[in-house]
Design a protein around this ligand. Structure first.
Ligand SMILES: [Zn+2]
Ligand SMILES: [Zn+2]
Length: 327
């Protein structure tokens, strides 16, 4: 068996295994070796696009919509398995040579997104965005119930409701969970992303884009529901919607679970709904994988690795110039 090295470089995670160089979500793609792009959130899309890029068809399409045209796109390379990571449409983890890289991952079912099924592996490279015990999310049906009650109350007073969630991922989930409230409007950027999801067979309720709704005076007839990308309450768009129509905002973010992270509670009302694993789900993911070595990336890397070591799992954060490179 040839030595494997896994290390964090300035250009992201580099694995050298069996004489192959695999770059996991690199900042810039390279022409030597394989570049893997896990999904189309901006922080995972490479800025340069040379070389062979392994990614899903959906990620390729969403990347194009977002202005990241991938040239040498491949969906399959022998000995590399793309595993659904349940984070957003087209998101994948990568399994190769007993190593599993999660990308961004969620093991909980949410609407059209089915939770990831974790493969067995010897080495696990896992994100830990919510790797602190204070991030244990309520069940989805509890959140749905509370939000529906809140919307019902606001509607009974004739108050329009704005639901806030990331343009890619969260916005489509909240369209599915709460799109039965009407009339339904979308911020134009979300309408565009929803149309792309519909092309991939995701059933999403139709609605009118905000420019068209405003132009035709539809918003004057209250109440209504609009789905808008997560943004500051100071954003002119939200300020306008609030002053002109008296709209109330409901934000959806995993960060809303903890009172310590104010940016998770910027809206008038906030609910913890996330496209990532919570703390318990991360621990279960690690246990289920059966990994002998875990590397933590993104989020509370020190704290989560320390917790894993306490429960008997060999774990370290993957850092640049780490001395724990070799496995
Ligand atoms: Zn992501
Ligand atoms: Zn991410």
């Amino acid at each position: 068996m040839l030595p494997q090295t896994i290390r964090m470089t300035k250009n992201g995670i580099l694995c050298e295994i069996n004489n192959k160089r695999i770059h996991l979500d690199p900042k810039n793609t390279v022409t030597t070796g394989i570049n893997f792009v896990s999904h189309a959130h901006f922080d995972h899309l490479p800025s340069k696009k040379n070389g062979t890029i392994l990614t899903s068809v959906e990620t390729n399409e969403i990347a194009s919509l977002r202005g990241f045209k991938i040239v040498n796109h491949v969906q399959h390379i022998d000995d590399f398995s793309l595993i659904d990571s349940g984070h957003i449409l087209g998101s994948k983890g990568l399994l190769f040579d007993d190593v599993f890289y999660t990308g961004d991952i969620c093991t909980r079912n949410r609407g059209f997104l089915k939770g990831a099924i974790i493969p067995k592996c010897k080495t696990l490279i896992t994100e830990c965005t919510f790797g602190l015990p204070e991030f244990i999310f309520p069940k989805l049906d509890e959140i749905q119930k509370k939000v529906n009650e809140l919307i019902s109350d606001l509607y009974s007073k004739g108050i329009p409701v704005i639901l806030l969630g990331y343009q890619l991922g969260k916005a489509q989930t909240i369209t599915q969970l709460f799109g039965h409230w009407g009339p339904l409007y979308f911020h134009d950027s979300i309408k565009e992303m929803n149309v792309l999801h519909q092309r991939f067979g995701v059933p999403l309720k139709e609605g009118i884009g905000h420019t068209e709704a405003e132009r035709n005076g539809f918003l004057a007839k209250k109440p209504w529901m609009m789905i808008v990308p997560m943004m500051s309450e100071k954003n002119p768009f939200l300020r306008n919607m609030k002053s002109k129509y008296g709209a109330v905002t409901i934000g959806f973010s995993g960060w809303a679970q903890s009172s310590r992270f104010a940016f998770g509670r910027r809206a008038d009302y906030s609910f913890p709904l996330s496209d990532h694993c919570d703390f318990n789900e991360l621990v279960d993911l690690v246990k289920y994988s059966g990994a002998e070595q875990v590397y933590t990336i993104h989020g509370f890397v020190e704290e989560f690795a320390e917790y894993l070591r306490k429960i008997g799992v060999n774990a370290q954060p993957l850092r640049e110039n780490s001395l724990d490179d070799f496995i």
